[in-house]
Design a protein around this ligand. Structure first.
Ligand SMILES: [Fe+2]
Length: 209
C-alpha cells in the first residue's frame, strides 16, 4: 500500500477576532493610523521616496504600542496567537520565545499594491486587517522553492492548496494572518474605481529571544 507524506510544509495561520471586539478595535486602530499618517513627516517622505502607494510607518516609527493604546491592545491580542502558531510549527522553546520586534501601519490607496518580498531578520511575520474595501487585491503567498523548480510540472488550475505554487487569501477586516518570515508574499493591486476607500492593515515581525 502506497503512503504519501507532506514534507517541508509552510504553515499559514488564519484567525479572526470576534466581530464586536474587532469592530471597536478597528475603529480605534483606523483613527490612530490615519492620525499618524497625517503627522509622520519622515514616514510620508519615505513612502514617497519608495513609491509606496499610500503611507507606511515601516521605516519611520518603532514605538506604535506606546504612541496609541489601540496598538498596545492589538499587541496584547496578538501574542496568544503567535504562541499558538509557534507550537503548531514545532518551534523549539529552548531556541527562544517569540518577541515582538517591529509593528507598522500600512495604508494602501485604491489601485495600490505591495510587490513581493520577505521579512528578513525575523521568525514569524503577520498582518492584522483593519479596513478592507470591496475590490481589495488578494494577499498572495508563493512557494519558496520556485527558484529551484526548473522543469517542475505545472500544477492543475484546481490543484489542492498544498500543491499550488501561489496561494491567494482574501482577508476581511478583523482577519489575522501569521506565516514564517521566509515566505515571499505580496498584496495584489486594489481594483481602482472598485476599491472605494483605503485599505488599512498592521503588519508585524516576531523574533526569537
Ligand atoms: Fe510583508
Amino acid at each position: 500500500m502506497a503512503r504519501l507524506s507532506q514534507l517541508f510544509v509552510s504553515t499559514l495561520y488564519q484567525a479572526g477576532f470576534p466581530p464586536k471586539q474587532a469592530e471597536a478595535l478597528n475603529r480605534d486602530l483606523a483613527a490612530a493610523s490615519q492620525s499618524i499618517a497625517r503627522d509622520d513627516k519622515a514616514g510620508i517622505a519615505w513612502s514617497k521616496a519608495h513609491a509606496y502607494p499610500g503611507y507606511t510607518s515601516y521605516a519611520s516609527l518603532n514605538d506604535l504600542p506606546r504612541r496609541a493604546s489601540a496598538f498596545a491592545t492589538l499587541e496584547a491580542l496578538l501574542l496568544p496567537h503567535v504562541k499558538k502558531f509557534a507550537r503548531a510549527i514545532d518551534l523549539d522553546p529552548a531556541a527562544g520565545t517569540p518577541v515582538l520586534d517591529s509593528l507598522w501601519i500600512n495604508i494602501l490607496k485604491p489601485g495600490g499594491r505591495h510587490t513581493a518580498h520577505i521579512h528578513p531578520q525575523s521568525c514569524i511575520s503577520g498582518t492584522y486587517y483593519v479596513r478592507v474595501p470591496g475590490g481589495a487585491g488578494a494577499f498572495r503567498l508563493e512557494d519558496p522553492r520556485l527558484a529551484m523548480m526548473m522543469a517542475a510540472g505545472m500544477r492543475k488550475e484546481n490543484a489542492r492548496i498544498h500543491n499550488k505554487p501561489f496561494v491567494d487569501i482574501h482577508p476581511r477586516a478583523g482577519s489575522l494572518l501569521l506565516w514564517e518570515s521566509y515566505l515571499r508574499h505580496e498584496v495584489l493591486p486594489n481594483a481602482p474605481g472598485r476599491a472605494g476607500h483605503d485599505r488599512i492593515s498592521i503588519s508585524f515581525n516576531y523574533a526569537l529571544r
